[in-house]
Design a protein around this ligand. Structure first.
Ligand SMILES: Cc1cc2nc3c(=O)[nH]c(=O)nc-3n(C[C@H](O)[C@H](O)[C@H](O)COP(=O)(O)O)c2cc1C
Length: 188
């Protein structure tokens, strides 16, 4: 148990409610909770998140990061309150899923040069894909690393698990779940 509990925000990128990336995230979350951290999950595919339209009118009011009114209104405060951002995503066409892409595009207004930013947060990548080749995750890893670098996040870990196709395949991959657990348990 650490002295100061961390706020952990898990961004679930799969449309499958109980799919492989979500189960990796739940294993991570259970381990973090056991150590006294506060964990909150958001299923991105259940939200209405419009694409960033590049208007560059960020922060129209001191209290409002974005001019677009949609479910990001409720996600922005969670992002800002979090100490650790966990991206849990299926591998979709060699990168993260469309809901994660919609969310990350909407981080323009919290970018490093904005009046309020997300610099200094920590981040984690958890991913599931069908391909058994580690190289299949190269694009996803590169995207995640570049986003984290741009946003000023410290990367705590990446877990990309291949050979997972059907919704419950990860339940037959105890080593992958154990690695997700270990990542969550390592938070301090
Ligand atoms: C639209 C779509 C695109 C996909 N693209 C890839 C891919 O590029 N590479 C891969 O290995 N698997 C791909 N898959 C398979 C999923 O990554 C795999 O089934 C994964 O376990 C799903 O994770 P989830 O259960 O968390 O949704 C794709 C699946 C879908 C539905």
């Amino acid at each position: 148990m650490r002295s100061k509990p961390l706020n952990i925000l898990i961004l679930l990128g799969s449309p499958r409610e109980d799919g492989n990336s979500s189960r990796l995230a739940f294993a991570f979350a259970d381990a973090a909770s056991r150590n006294g951290h506060r964990v909150q999950s958001v299923r991105l595919s259940a939200l209405e998140i419009a694409p960033c339209d590049g208007c560059r009118r960020c922060w129209p009011k001191a209290s409002q990061p974005c001019v677009v009114r949609d479910d990001m209104d409720s996600v922005y405060p969670l992002l800002r309150a979090a100490d650790v951002l966990v991206f849990a995503t299926p591998l979709h066409f060699y990168t993260w899923s469309a809901p994660v892409k919609l969310l990350t595009d909407r981080l323009v207004c919290l970018g490093p040069d904005q009046p309020r930013h997300l610099k200094g947060k920590r981040s984690v990548l958890l991913a599931a894909g069908a391909d058994d080749r580690p190289a299949a995750f190269a694009g996803l890893r590169a995207t995640y690393r570049l986003v984290a670098e741009y946003m000023g996040w410290k990367r705590l870990g990446e877990l990309c698990v291949g050979s997972l196709e059907a919704e419950d395949d990860v339940s037959r991959a105890p080593r992958a779940l154990a690695r997700a657990d270990a990542l969550g348990a390592r938070l301090a």
